[in-house]
Design a binder for this molecule. Structure first.
Ligand code: SF4
Length: 393
């Protein structure tokens, strides 16, 4: 089929006929190669309006906490980690982490996203005690902690299976997992950029285990490693397959999908990268927007797609809201992993996110980690005073 025929079919998608109209991998590759951006945008926006609360764009008031930078995985694109024994290593104390959460509580936040390196020096009991301590001292904050690769590291240190680790951490108060570390779930790309991270199946298995325990999960994707369009579609396809399987088995799956281009500005990835053609590293705004639009069309069973302002800036994130994204991400308050490789903007105020959303033509709505909407009076006041364009039809 041509890109035109594929988009015509996708434009007639509804929740009722979604199974018959599911996009194949070949169709998605054709869109990457040939569909014009404005056509992709229009079709993806139509899909987003059919899938979500049409006039609403959600956002979350939260804080990122990167509790340790010690890591043994040595991802080629990472400028955040330090190997064990390095003079710049750190691991935050319970009090330091707790104080950060108190600052979040003071601005009315509802979730922390806590992730760090794979630190072999930390015992399993430390994680259990930390979560129990935070659960007692910050009962209203959702604790989304430790991405799949950290869970794997904890499993290796403790000798417990990853399912046991997840289950015991859940008992201590863990609410969900960050979706980090998926990057590109394709063997050839993964073995090039993070050989020690292991096969894509590991990330997928741990996410499935988390979903089987009713933990909140999201899926991520980093583009720009010199991968092919087929690689990108393979990544999306693996996410979609797991989503289908988890929804049918456990009744829950990924809440959302978040993609961004690898940050190359201040890291040494280009120099350290061994295999790929260096000329194809990175992905600019147009490629990012195309990827968001195709993801929205392809991932027909994932309800929410997030726009990434930390990596793309608020202006491009605003455009992503017209390419199929329905969520503006979160305030973050701090970020040390991706920003170590190039982004300078690591925090956005609630007001800034609200204005960004209104100026894109939508109504901002605060949400929690599970995308439950939480209305606020400030938003209503802003909407009365800020000019808002007519949304894309
Ligand atoms: S991306 Fe994560 S796992 Fe990879 S080196 Fe950095 S901290 Fe370690």
């Amino acid at each position: 089929m041509t890109w035109k025929e594929i988009l015509d079919i996708q434009r007639s998608w509804t929740k009722v006929n979604s199974k018959e109209l599911r996009m194949s991998q070949e169709d998605a590759i054709e869109l990457y190669h040939n569909a014009p951006l404005h056509e992709l945008m229009q079709a993806a926006h139509k899909r987003r309006m059919a899938m979500n609360d049409s006039g609403i764009v959600t956002f979350l008031v939260d804080r990122n906490i990167n509790y340790t930078n010690v890591c043994t995985i040595n991802c080629q694109f990472c400028s955040f980690y330090r190997p064990p024994g390095h003079e710049e290593t750190y691991t935050q104390s319970f009090d330091e982490i707790s104080n950060r959460i108190t600052e979040l509580e003071l601005i009315g936040g509802s979730r922390i996203l806590m992730q760090g390196g794979v630190n072999p020096e930390i015992k399993f009991e430390w994680y259990e005690e930390l979560l129990s301590h935070l659960r007692i001292n910050h009962p209203t904050i959702d604790l989304d902690c430790f991405s799949p690769i950290e869970i794997e590291g904890i499993s290796e240190v403790s000798g417990l299976s990853t399912l046991e680790v997840l289950s015991r951490l859940k008992k201590c108060g863990m609410h969900g997992l960050p979706g980090g570390g998926a990057e590109m779930l394709v063997d050839s790309v993964r073995s090039d950029i993070s050989p020690k991270k292991g096969a894509p199946e590991n990330w997928l298995r741990i996410m499935e285990e988390a979903q089987s325990l009713n933990l909140t999960t999201s899926a991520t994707n980093v583009i720009g490693f010199g991968e092919t369009f087929s690689d990108r579609v393979e990544h999306l396809s693996r996410i979609r397959d797991l989503q289908d399987s988890s929804l049918s088995q456990y009744g829950i799956g990924f809440t959302s999908f978040i993609a961004w281009p690898v940050q190359l500005e201040s890291n040494t990835f280009g120099k350290r990268n061994r295999g790929s053609n260096k000329l194809t590293l990175g992905a600019g705004p147009t490629e990012y927007l195309r990827h968001i639009a195709i993801s929205r069309l392809f991932l027909d069973s994932i309800e929410h797609i997030q726009a990434s302002w930390p990596t793309m800036g608020v202006e491009i994130a605003q455009m992503a809201l017209l390419c199929g994204a329905d969520d503006a991400g979160s305030t973050m308050m701090e970020e040390n992993v991706v920003s170590a490789s190039g982004t300078s903007k690591i925090s956005a105020s609630e007001l800034e996110l609200q204005k960004t959303i209104i100026r894109a033509g939508f109504t901002p709505m605060r949400r929690d980690s599970d995308y439950l909407q939480l209305d606020t009076d400030i938003i209503k006041e802003l909407q009365r005073t800020l000019p808002s364009p007519i949304p894309l039809q």
